[in-house]
Design a protein around this ligand. Structure first.
Ligand code: HEM
Length: 279
């Protein structure tokens, strides 16, 4: 009758490959690295015959782009592909909408830009309110990150008023996005976090580029508060990346994938607000 030897003894056998009659040490090493489950399933009979039937059944674990650096890198990878080449060099999407063309060639419209700022303020108000009164405890991590834009947009709109401009109510792209975010935040935390990430990080990257170009063309280079942060922006962003990574550590692979799948919707809704600048 043959008995099974515990796994710890496999390490001993690995150091003495001559005891393994049917397999070379390189075979053993390769299989040994494939996954944890393999090592659990492996055993050796007293006669020195390695039982390998369980060793080769499991597929290698699927890797996701950016996964090794943390979940934010995964979100970034998906987001960058959804840009057009005109927007960012990592972009892969073809240009279909006016805001997807090269910003340097935009012909921004003054009233449209004001609408963009008003709708953006509604979206940031909504995000900041959601994290202040969090429906899910994890949202509370994202209070006072230093990335908040509501107060700075308030100052900018005040400046426009002082210049004699009327500040209209938010328009439909902003109202629709704010409503969507509120609903999502109460029922789908993974999808909500996707929007949270994309909105704040897009503004710190492409958003700043847009602000600079638009100011050159229609604001006499006036630098709005919307594009200024207190402190070192790269540190603020890194702090939020760390928090996002920490929150996502609690998620299953399915929940992470669900979050990534929401990126397209985030581009669609933000794109509709950006488009106001060109209308
Ligand atoms: C005209 C529109 C846009 C332009 C010109 C633009 C441009 C850019 C550029 C140049 C980068 C930096 C790439 C790099 O790190 O090398 C970037 C990053 C990014 N963009 Fe956009 N983008 C636009 C719209 C959007 C939209 C609508 C979203 C989603 C709502 C978005 C989400 C992001 C994200 C998440 C990043 C990564 C930021 C980071 O890693 O810190 N972008 N974008």
């Amino acid at each position: 009758m043959s008995s099974l030897t515990p796994l710890s003894q496999l390490h001993f056998l690995y150091n003495k490959p001559h005891i393994l009659p049917h397999f070379t040490s390189s075979f053993f090493l390769t299989r040994f690295h494939v996954s944890e489950t393999i090592t659990r399933g492996a055993s050796v009979s007293m006669k020195g015959v390695v039982v390998v039937s369980e060793m080769i059944v499991e597929k290698p674990k699927k890797r996701y782009a950016g996964e090794s650096k943390g979940f934010v890198e995964e979100m970034r990878f998906v987001a960058m592909k959804l840009h057009t080449k005109d927007q960012a060099k990592e972009g892969e999407k073809e240009v279909k909408e006016p805001e997807e063309t090269t910003v340097a060639k935009w012909e921004p419209n003054f009233d449209g830009y004001l609408k963009f700022l008003i709708d953006s303020k509604l979206v940031y108000d909504t995000l900041e309110k959601i994290v202040q009164e969090p429906h899910y405890p994890s949202y509370a991590e994202f209070r006072k990150t230093g990335l908040e834009r509501c107060a700075s947009l308030e100052k900018d709109l005040q400046w426009f008023k002082e210049q004699g401009h009327v500040i209209p109510e938010p328009s439909s792209p902003g109202v629709a996005y704010a409503q969507y975010l509120t609903e999502l935040s109460q029922k789908d935390p993974q999808a909500f976090i996707c929007h949270f990430y994309n909105i704040y990080f897009a503004h710190s990257a492409g958003g700043r580029m847009i602000g600079k170009k638009v100011a050159e063309k229609i604001l006499n280079k006036k630098e709005l508060e919307f594009y200024k942060w207190d402190g070192d922006l790269s540190k603020l962003l890194q702090n939020v990346r760390d928090k996002l990574n920490k929150v996502a550590e609690e998620w299953s692979r399915e929940e992470k994938n669900h979050c990534l799948e929401e990126t397209e919707k985030s581009f669609k809704l933000s794109g509709e607000i950006l488009r106001l600048i060109l209308t």
